[in-house]
Design a protein around this ligand. Structure first.
Ligand code: FE2
Ligand code: FE2
Length: 403
């Protein structure tokens, strides 16, 4: 430590080295966990500043506390890095309105920004860093004492300022695009949605927690909008489904071949929630058709996909498989069984396939690719909901009383 001169350029160089090493650590970690190359961090270039700041902080603390015992020193390292992590998390949430990482599922976390487990990891890394890595860097990075240090440091500062400005601008753009997606998701075409998500790909891969947050925000938004809409048309739909008439011609034309198929008619023999599967899929299909028509989506595919979404010919309550909970097994497996049946007897398009495969989302983890699939998954849940069924029965009884 003694030969460290108080030279700003020297520390700038150390900052650059350790930001770069931090980037390498994160790239390896992210690329392994996500099984593809991921450019980690929010900067465009190969630097993650939080590691640079953390390293400089640890060097300073070691300078102050080097005479202390190891355990209190480790606690100081852990605390200091936790404070830095908390502050960076706090400011990125306040300034950029982005949750870049989220520990809220970890035990002993504080606002999801820091957690005990990671604080212990940081303390251990700080120890490894100051004991093994930093001395080797000091020995080998001879340029730290060389004639070009000043030039290199100034070049780095200029580069860093440009990258930082560029990255902040792209994060602002990112936020705007995400806000746009939240509000316009249902009115955007699939191509437009994909285009926007593709343009945001780097940051979404760099911060998987952020990606999860965006997905849940989008789906909540869709859920709210669809629920409001469902409530507003509930009355009309109940009346029409009650009488099962008159089906709009275009609706009937879209589903006729399926409805008349002898294999499909077998669904009448299998019981579902409160009626046969046949009744259930007819309800979901008509309901989804109405919603998709209103939203100007592909209502034809929606009706056909919805009709086939539970195309499984077994009674799931008697269908047991050893070692697997029957209900859970059925919940996860039946979309693929329905899809196999649908493909066997009918020719189905990509949207219909997605509808059948993803209708149990979020139980099946991959989110729907098409808006139509979202609608069917919500319509399915909505029509199975107690509230709706009670209302439905009440109206039917009223109708029977009158007639
Ligand atoms: Fe289902
Ligand atoms: Fe269903």
């Amino acid at each position: 430590m003694a030969n460290i001169s108080i030279n700003i350029f020297y520390y700038v160089a150390l900052f650059a080295i350790y930001s770069f090493m931090g980037w390498i650590i994160e790239v390896i970690y992210r690329s392994i966990t996500q099984r593809k190359f991921v450019n980690a961090g929010f900067l465009f270039g190969p630097f993650i500043p939080i590691y640079g700041f953390g390293a400089l902080f640890i060097i300073l603390l070691q300078y102050i506390f080097h005479g202390w015992y190891l355990v209190p020193r480790l606690i100081i390292f852990g605390l200091a890095l936790t404070v830095i992590e908390y502050m960076v998390g706090y400011f990125s949430e306040k300034i950029f309105k982005l949750t870049l990482w989220d520990y809220s599922e970890y035990k002993f976390n504080l606002h999801g920004r820091v957690s005990l487990l990671f604080s212990i990891i940081w303390a251990a890394l700080a120890f490894i860093f100051i004991t093994f890595i930093h001395p080797v860097v000091l020995q080998n990075a001879t340029f730290l004492n060389g004639a070009y240090l000043q030039t290199a440091a100034i070049a780095f500062i200029i580069y860093y300022a440009v990258d930082y400005a560029y990255s902040v601008a792209s994060i602002t753009e990112f936020r705007q695009k995400i806000a746009y997606l939240y509000t316009e998701y249902l009115s955007l075409s699939n191509v437009e949605t994909e285009k926007i998500l593709d343009s945001l790909q780097r940051l979404r891969y760099a911060f998987p927690d952020l990606n999860r947050y965006i997905n849940s925000k989008i789906s909540n938004n869709i859920k709210n909008r669809i629920n409001t809409f469902l409530k507003s048309i509930q009355d009309k739909i109940i009346i029409e489904m009650n009488g099962r008439k008159p089906f709009e011609d275009e609706y009937y034309e879209a589903i006729q071949d399926i409805c008349e198929h002898e294999e499909f008619l077998k669904l009448k023999e299998y019981f579902h929630h409160n009626s046969s599967i046949y009744e259930h899929v007819q309800d979901v299909a008509y309901f989804s058709y109405r919603i998709c028509k209103f939203l100007k989506l592909d209502y034809r595919s929606a009706a056909r996909g919805a009709l086939l979404h539970d195309f499984f010919l077994y009674d799931w309550r008697n269908h047991d498989v050893p070692d697997l909970h029957r209900k859970k097994f059925h919940g996860i497996e039946h979309p693929m069984i329905a899809l196999a049946n649908a493909k066997k007897y009918f020719s189905i398009n990509e949207i219909e396939e997605d509808i059948i495969k993803k209708h149990m989302w979020p139980l099946t983890l991959i989110p729907p690719k098409y808006k139509e699939s979202f609608i069917i998954s919500f319509a399915d849940k909505y029509l199975s909901s107690k509230e709706f069924i009670n209302e439905f029965k009440k109206r039917r009884n009223q109708r029977l009383d009158i007639s």
